[in-house]
Design a protein around this ligand. Structure first.
Ligand code: GLU
Length: 296
């Protein structure tokens, strides 16, 4: 039985706030109570939105809270070749394709297919974050793909979700609080697996890293549960083991709204500067989980 390995994987697009500190605390607690390992990973694949200053500040705030981690911090932007390598493996099996669409073109396509009386059902399909990609570039011929790439057109890479689902076969995963969950490989449609500017996306990097780092228990907010369906799909396709999952409840503000990174008042930094102690912060976290309490 491998010992428990958990991780906290913030994206440095803002400062640590009560919500993300709670995520870190859950992962830290689970590792420490089992005598396991707690890892910290910086998920900075979105190179335009991530900032080194936020990374430094997040690590300082974790230390101040007493959430000490094991080993080196892994920064995803230092490991693009690992993700590129795994992307190539999927490419060789024809499970991904280049997509040349701009955001505006995708919106136009979705609007057109929604208003067409006999539009394709894929065009109108909804995902957890809104309408799914209508699959426009999936239909391009290999010659047309080559021609556009040779012409210098920008592209991202998408998973051909129907082919990927067929290749993976039925699968499931276990969430500690919810039990066994049947995998839904089509939930996010043909999702982006590599962005236009990097050879990866959040979904690929998180899956590769959890595997490479030997993570056995993924603790994360329940808002990310839809993504878990495609992460387990990728684990199947890439031959990785599937960890145990624990999707926890989210911290709410007094008005019952989810906390946002831009909300200064709930930033760990400003709480600290206003004289609060780590114990006060943990008290605030507990208060933010009431009345529903953590669901995992
Ligand atoms: N990097 C993600 C975020 O900050 C979390 C990743 C995860 O827990 O898998 O929202």
């Amino acid at each position: 039985m491998p010992s428990v390995v958990t991780r906290f994987a913030p994206s440095p697009t803002g400062l640590l706030h009560l919500g993300s500190a709670y995520s870190a605390l859950v992962a830290w607690d689970r590792a420490r109570e089992a005598g396991g390992r707690f890892l910290v990973r910086i998920e900075d694949t979105d190179i335009r939105r991530c900032r080194r200053e936020y990374e430094t500040a997040i690590l300082q705030d974790l230390k101040w809270l007493g959430l000490d981690w094991d080993g080196e911090v892994r920064r995803q932007s230092d490991h693009f070749s690992d993700y590129g390598h795994e992307l190539d493996r999927l490419g060789r099996r024809d499970l991904v394709y280049p997509c040349f669409c701009s955001r505006a073109e995708i919106t136009r396509e979705i609007t057109a297919s929604a208003s067409a009386p006999h539009g394709s059902s894929q065009g109108r399909a909804m995902g957890p974050d809104g309408p799914l990609y209508p699959g426009t570039c999936r239909h391009l011929t290999p010659a047309e793909r080559k021609r556009r790439i040779a012409a210098g057109r920008e592209f991202c890479m998408r998973v051909d979700s129907a082919r990927a689902a067929a290749a993976a076969g039925p699968y499931d995963f276990v969430d500690e609080g919810r039990g066994r969950i049947a995998g839904q490989p089509l939930l996010m449609g043909d999702f982006v697996i590599a962005r236009k500017d990097t050879p990866t996306s959040y979904h690929l990097a998180v899956t590769v890293d959890d595997h490479l780092q030997g993570v056995t228990l993924v603790t994360r907010g329940e808002d990310i549960l839809p993504s878990t369906h495609v992460h387990v799909l990728l684990q199947r396709l890439l031959g990785y083991a599937t960890p145990l999952y624990a999707h926890h409840g989210l911290i709410m503000d007094a008005g019952g709204r989810r906390l946002a990174k831009r909300d200064q008042a709930t930033g760990i930094r400003s709480l600290r500067e206003s004289g609060k102690t780590p114990a006060d912060v943990f008290k605030l976290i507990r208060a933010g989980l009431e009345p529903g309490g953590p669901k995992a």
